[in-house]
Write a protein that binds this ligand. Structure first.
Ligand code: SF4
Length: 378
């Protein structure tokens, strides 16, 4: 197949649905987690759940970069804008994530903070060049996919001698998060859903390749199938996972061969390694502190590190008690389990991070409806 609409073909989708139905055994349940918000969005937008047998359940994972940002990190960005008076640049969805005290970056902007929505880190560099008297901070979020452009921007700022530009680095890593889900006592607790396998990320895997998932298959005996973000990609991955489970195999398979190789993108990896190093620990919304699951800026580029430049200390902040985002991101609850879903919490007035981005499980459920999930929960 060559064009994107071919990966959305209804006839082919129904053919895959029949193949999955023929493969699943009636005497067992299949619980697969799609790690990425992009997959969650595709599954709900294209009605993939309606094409699956009743005993195949998809569980949403924590792979939405906006969703996993803890409140304390948003608070840091707000502090930079309101207390330190910087020009803070970030992606649109980040502006709407609830912070502590009823704040958000959007509300901080209403209070006079110079907070700007950008499409790419290069926009932040441009603002820094055009306003040399201002301190410009790029609030960098995202998984391995968005990390290389941040690395390029930091190198570019160094090469240009752009001293009024720096980065609040909140880039996170996928494999340690999957490991954390498998290790979490809350996930392994009696009554929680046993996971039979994972749909591995698409874009992240174009950077890191398929090899970093192999320990999940070897040490945790969990199959992983890396898949593209189109509905036929997802359905093919579900078929491949089902076959692995039926055969008693736990392997890393790659459905997204048109973009992902075992080694990934060596150039991007080298860039990341040059500019960033592992953080000893990082707080994720829902997962808590996860060891070696995020990146910080290396000492060689310290002058571009906003945490150092502004002497920022991180303070964890508990989530809103009524919001179930944490449990949803761990895969132990569904959006419809939350009492606030669709009432006081909706995409216009999000109470938690999962209702902000279109990749967030709550926002995707709200936008596309998902009666199948509600029925399965009953
Ligand atoms: S519906 Fe809103 S409050 Fe409930 S878990 Fe989702 S984001 Fe949080």
């Amino acid at each position: 197949m060559k064009y994107v609409d071919e990966f959305r073909d209804g006839v082919l989708a129904r053919g895959l649905a029949r193949a999955i139905a023929a493969e699943v055994r009636p005497d067992r349940r299949y619980n697969f987690m799609e790690f990425c918000g992009g997959h969650t969005h595709a599954i709900l937008r294209y009605g993939v759940l309606d094409l699956l047998p009743e005993n195949v359940r998809m569980i949403h994972g924590p792979g939405c970069p906006v969703c996993v940002l803890p409140i304390g990190r948003i608070d840091l960005a707000i502090r930079l804008a309101l207390t330190h008076g910087v020009t803070l640049c970030t992606y649109a969805d980040t502006l709407r994530v609830p912070a502590s005290g009823g704040m958000s970056l959007m509300r901080a902007r209403a209070r006079g903070g110079d907070i700007r929505m950008v499409y790419a880190v290069t926009d932040a560099l441009k603002i820094a060049r055009e306003h040399p008297h201002k301190q410009v901070v790029f609030f960098a979020i995202g998984f391995e996919t968005t990390t290389p452009p941040t690395a390029v921007a930091i190198r570019q700022a160094r090469d240009e001698g752009l001293r009024n530009f720096c980065v609040l680095c909140c880039h996170v890593l996928t494999p340690p998060a999957i490991m954390s889900i498998l290790e979490s006592p809350k996930v392994r607790a009696v009554g929680s859903v046993p996971l039979d396998g994972f749909i591995g990320p698409a874009h992240v895997s174009t950077v890191i390749g398929s090899r970093p998932y192999e320990f999940l298959a070897k040490e945790y005996r969990k199959p992983v199938v890396i898949a593209g973000f189109e509905p036929l990609d997802v359905m093919q991955a579900i078929l491949m996972l089902t076959r692995q489970v039926n055969d008693g195999r736990a392997e890393v398979e790659n459905e997204f061969t048109r973009a992902v190789t075992p080694e990934g993108n060596a150039k991007a990896q080298a860039l990341i390694a040059e500019v960033f190093e592992l953080r000893r620990s990082f707080e994720w919304r829902g997962l808590g502190e996860v060891p070696y699951s995020a990146l910080k800026i290396r000492p060689a580029y310290a002058e571009f590190d906003a945490e150092r430049r502004f002497d920022l200390d991180y303070t964890p902040v508990p989530d809103n008690k009524a919001c179930e985002c944490g449990a949803i991101l761990r895969g132990v609850k569904r959006p419809t389990d939350c009492k606030l879903f669709g009432t006081v919490c909706n995409p216009e007035t999000p109470m938690g991070s999962c209702m902000v981005s279109s990749e967030g499980a709550c926002a995707a459920h709200y936008t596309y409806g998902c009666n199948r999930d509600v029925e399965a929960a009953a």
